[in-house]
Design a protein around this ligand. Structure first.
Ligand code: NIG
Ligand code: FE
Length: 402
């Protein structure tokens, strides 16, 4: 990835492939890039031979719901009967069933579970990840989730960027007064800032959840407090969340499955990154895949994420999302690689740290069991990582069976 980014529109097709390249790492940093031949001048204490395999920057997953209690495999049958996602939520299931499980879980249980999922992400080549709260919907549990993320950053090698998503659903006791609920959640902004518990504030702008007017008011408060903004926008109904993200200067608008033509145009003319989550369309059995092709053609910067969560996209595997992006969004392999590296990093405020292999940056590098970069979106549903390097250290190596 040559361009610093965010890489917009047609530029997303421009990447350079170095054949027979070598990378020098000192401590946690990339200090040298050249050809294998030139690398003989380096005095290396350890050499890893990639043996002709593909080597890329570590993947960046810019949208996950990492911390939650329980699981929702029982909902699969409801989905198969055709019960819509928002109806399950209305009946107190869906997000609200995970809220009950997350409230019941202890801090330690949530931490162990989050670390387990982080391990799996790392195995799949992710070296930087965003993590949202949003399964507490009360002060105690939301802060519990955020503190779990904070502790996870100290004990897990992956870089984790935290987002407060207290406005993820209306809890039953506030059913008739969503405004009061949003006020309560916004009262947490100060403690979140003081304890450095999150960089971004996110909201689910959707029918039966929060309206455009409520979302705007809530996010403006967050902006005043100095937070970056994100929106779960236009996932199921086209309320105009994409336009709102642009209007407020949000760092990203996420989902965008049913964004209007006007929304696409506004996104293209803005600095806001469209974070597309095609695993969710796939998992919810929707025909509405985000029009990422039109967005890029219009000049927008697009990133891809797993949306890893227990209800609408149950996977830690960003490689699978890359395949879905090729098959369902019609993106080229070059666009897909930008979307999971440099643009994904920009979508979570890490454009200067992650998403590219460059001198002076952290050595977050993946060696793939693949002959070239087009291979990863092509061969779907399995893990292609051979070696994952984070901060200059080998984090994962594919175990030998024979
Ligand atoms: O990004 N849309 C809202 N939130 C999540 C799903 C959360 C859940 O179902 O538990 C999403 O799809
Ligand atoms: Fe999400």
């Amino acid at each position: 990835m040559d361009k610093k980014g965010p890489v917009k529109g047609r530029d997303m097709t421009m990447l350079t492939v170095w054949n027979d390249a070598a990378i020098g790492i000192k401590g946690d940093q990339v200090v040298w890039i050249g050809s294998t031949k030139e690398s003989s001048i380096l005095e290396a204490s350890k050499t890893i031979d990639a043996n002709g395999r593909l080597v890329t920057p570590g993947l960046v997953d810019p949208h996950t719901h990492l911390v939650f209690g329980g699981s929702r495999e029982e909902e699969m049958a409801l989905k198969q009967q055709g019960v819509p996602y928002l109806d399950i939520l209305k009946q107190g299931g869906g997000i609200l069933s995970t809220v009950r499980a997350t409230r019941e879980a202890t801090y330690q249980e949530l931490l162990e579970k989050a670390l387990f999922h982080l391990d799996r992400m790392a195995m799949h080549g992710i070296t930087t990840v965003e993590a949202k709260s949003g399964y507490g919907l009360d002060a105690v549990t939301e802060l519990k989730q955020l503190r779990v993320v904070k502790e996870a950053t100290t004990v897990h090698p992956l870089d984790i960027v935290s987002t407060f998503l207290g406005a993820h659903a209306i809890p039953p006791d506030y059913r008739d007064d969503p405004e009061a609920f949003l006020t309560d959640m916004s009262e947490l902004f100060d403690v979140i800032k003081q304890e450095n518990l999150a960089e971004f504030i996110d909201i689910f702008t959707e029918t039966g959840v929060f309206s455009i007017v409520q979302s705007r008011r809530y996010l403006l408060k967050a902006k005043e407090k100095g937070f970056g903004l994100k929106i779960h926008a236009d996932e199921i109904d086209p309320l105009g969340g994409t336009e709102l993200a642009v209007e407020l200067g949000a760092i990203s608008g996420d989902h965008l499955a049913v964004t209007s033509d006007e929304g696409i145009q506004k996104l293209a003319n803005s600095q806001t990154i469209g974070v597309i989550l095609p695993g969710t369309s796939f998992y919810l059995g929707k025909d509405d895949y985000a029009r990422a092709r039109d967005m890029i053609d219009a000049g927008a910067a697009i990133a891809l994420a797993t949306d890893f969560n227990p209800g609408s996209s149950v996977t830690e595997n960003l490689q699978l999302i890359m395949a879905i992006a090729a098959l369902k969004l019609n993106l080229s392999p070059e666009e897909i690689w930008h979307a999971v590296t440099v643009n994904a990093a920009h979508a979570i405020g890490r454009g200067e740290q992650a998403g590219r292999i460059a001198i002076g940056r952290k050595a977050d590098i993946v060696i793939w069991d693949a002959p070239n970069y087009k291979y990863i979106p092509y061969h779907f549903g399995v893990n292609h990582t051979n070696t994952v390097i984070k901060n200059g250290k080998v984090l994962y190596e594919r175990p030998a069976i024979r």
